[in-house]
Ligand binder design. Structure first.
Ligand SMILES: *[C@@H]1O[C@H](CO)[C@@H](O)[C@H](O)[C@H]1NC(C)=O
Ligand SMILES: *[C@@H]1O[C@H](CO)[C@@H](O)[C@H](O)[C@H]1NC(C)=O
Ligand SMILES: *[C@@H]1O[C@H](CO)[C@@H](O)[C@H](O)[C@H]1NC(C)=O
Ligand SMILES: *[C@@H]1O[C@H](CO)[C@@H](O)[C@H](O)[C@H]1NC(C)=O
Ligand SMILES: [Fe+2]
Length: 476
């Protein structure tokens, strides 16, 4: 909704971009509204809810493949307590689901009791209220289920990355809340607890309480980043992703994945694929096999919008994390082009960048062919690692801006993707500007599957010869 008004304003700017002399743009705007330090632990933003053993750090995520289930998660500090979720269309809570409890240690940190409860068999397009916890300490929340899977189902996603727990993080959250976003696609690096001595789990807990204002009311589709690895053999912690995997659930079994680290969900008109940048993905690994099969399952007639999330970007012209996504590009880019992925969102780089549709699938280490080129079948790559964590902004972009980079800016912010129907989506990146919500990059995306196939059909109807047809399509 916000994007639409803005769109009118920016149509002029867009048409200038299309017809103008220079098409790539590096915004000169650089802002750190607040110092990149974490909110102090005693802050009200981290307040523990009142009452003995009250549920805290409440978060929900999609619980199945098609959006008729949610997983509700929370932490109780004093004792395990019940893992039940009472829910219903009214606050009478006429239904109940039973969950499980887990806990973990990390060096000298002992977690609270972490509850996960699958609530399934929900109706589409419905508001549900839910209640967790005991007696006076019980807490109540609500969420809305998405529309049924349908190519024309409209739906609004927020995209947030590298959030952390500074006042910039809070500002990003507060701006996002005003947009009407219905589900967050999170591109990794959640709490940055690993920046503290012994990866202090207390900062996982404070982060959970900070983001509850959003995560308790709408699903966040989780993905991990490097700050979730927490591999600390010096502390005797030799497993990877230990706190993340205990705290954040994903519905990976529903997409036939063998690991919670990579999975897919379908929601409204979108098929969302979540990839793990820090799990094996080269040829013949489990993630590689899974992605190969999942891409075959994608049904663009039902879910036209094919969206991929990863942490480390494949196309990045910032000095920060330069070329770190190259190994995943070598493994997966040709599939993204073959299956006409619409959008690839990544984080990791603490800045914003959007590419044109380009590919480097003909890269050849023997011949020396090494340049990305425009490719109509390729996705647009978008980096939104600008949630606002304590490491600060990545403000040094490589100069000159490469041709494939359409827009880049080092500011904090988040993105909104409004899927309108099977052919159109309105996208905007919003910068946190002096406490105001400022859309700074707006684009209308045409669906990669439907736009070309409807065109194809229309052309066929007009009895073009095949050669003409191919020629015209290549112009599109
Ligand atoms: C989990 O909690 C139980 C009950 O308080 C405790 O006995 C156990 O040691 C904890 N486990 C871990 C791994 O912290
Ligand atoms: C890569 O380049 C070499 C040398 O020009 C050529 O022989 C080979 O066929 C190319 N490989 C591919 C996959 O295009
Ligand atoms: C665009 O991608 C397709 C599919 O991978 C590939 O066959 C084609 O060569 C690419 N085009 C260019 C110009 O690289
Ligand atoms: C899809 O949405 C766009 C933008 O709202 C609109 O212009 C277009 O007519 C719609 N197409 C269909 C088939 O409804
Ligand atoms: Fe990162």
């Amino acid at each position: 909704m916000m994007c639409w008004g803005l769109l009118v304003l920016s149509l002029h700017a867009l048409s200038c971009l299309v017809s103008g002399v220079t098409s790539s743009r590096t915004s000169s705007y650089v802002r750190t509204a607040f110092p990149s330090t974490d909110i102090p632990l005693e802050s009200e933003w981290f307040a523990v809810p009142k009452g003995y053993n009250a549920p805290q750090q409440v978060h929900i995520t999609q619980g199945d493949y098609d959006g008729k289930a949610v997983i509700v998660s929370w932490v109780t500090q004093e004792e395990p307590g019940p893992s039940e979720v009472f829910y219903g269309k009214e606050k009478q809570y006429d239904q109940k689901a039973e969950g499980t409890t887990t806990n973990y240690t990390f060096y000298d940190y002992k977690s609270g009791y972490i509850h996960h409860c699958l609530v399934s068999g929900l109706e589409y397009n419905t508001k549900y209220y839910y209640k967790i916890g005991n007696g006076d300490s019980a807490r109540e929340f609500w969420f809305e289920t998405p529309p049924a899977i349908d190519p024309d189902a409209s739906y609004t996603f927020g995209i947030i990355g590298d959030l952390g727990q500074t006042f910039n993080s809070l500002s990003t959250l507060q701006h996002y809340e005003k947009t009407g976003g219905q589900t967050v696609l999170f591109v990794g690096d959640l709490s940055y607890a690993d920046r503290y001595e012994h990866d202090d789990g207390i900062r996982w807990d404070s982060w959970g309480r900070l983001v509850e204002r959003s995560t308790a009311y709408q699903p966040w589709i989780w993905n991990s980043g490097n700050h979730e690895i927490e591999y600390r053999p010096d502390l005797g912690e030799t497993s990877t992703f230990k706190p993340y995997l205990h705290r954040y659930m994903t519905p990976y079994l529903a997409s036939k994945s063998s690991s919670p680290m990579w999975y897919a969900v379908r929601r409204a008109s979108a098929h969302i694929i979540v990839l793990s940048s820090y799990s094996p993905f080269v040829k013949y690994t489990p993630q590689w096999w899974w992605l190969k099969n999942e891409l075959k399952r994608v049904d663009r007639e039902k879910t036209p919008w094919l969206i991929v999330l990863m942490h480390s970007p494949m196309y990045n012209s910032n000095e920060a994390h330069y070329m770190e996504g190259e190994s995943m590009r070598a493994a997966f880019e040709k599939w993204f082009v073959k299956y006409k992925v619409d959008l690839v969102f990544a984080g990791h780089v603490h800045a914003y960048e959007r590419s044109y549709r380009i590919s480097n699938v003909n890269y050849n280490i023997t011949s020396g062919n090494r340049y990305p080129v425009p490719n109509k079948s390729a996705p647009v790559y978008i980096t939104v690692g600008d949630g606002g964590n304590q490491e600060g902004l990545a403000s040094r972009f490589l100069d000159p801006q490469p041709d494939y980079s359409a827009f880049r800016e080092a500011s904090y912010g988040h993105s909104i993707l409004q899927l309108k129907n099977r052919t159109h989506a309105v996208y905007c990146w919003n910068r946190n500007d002096d406490g105001n919500h400022v859309p700074a990059d707006t684009v209308v995306f045409h669906n990669q599957y439907w736009t070309s196939s409807t065109r194809r059909r229309r052309l066929k109807k007009n009895h073009f010869h095949l050669e003409n047809l191919e020629g015209l399509i290549s112009l599109f």
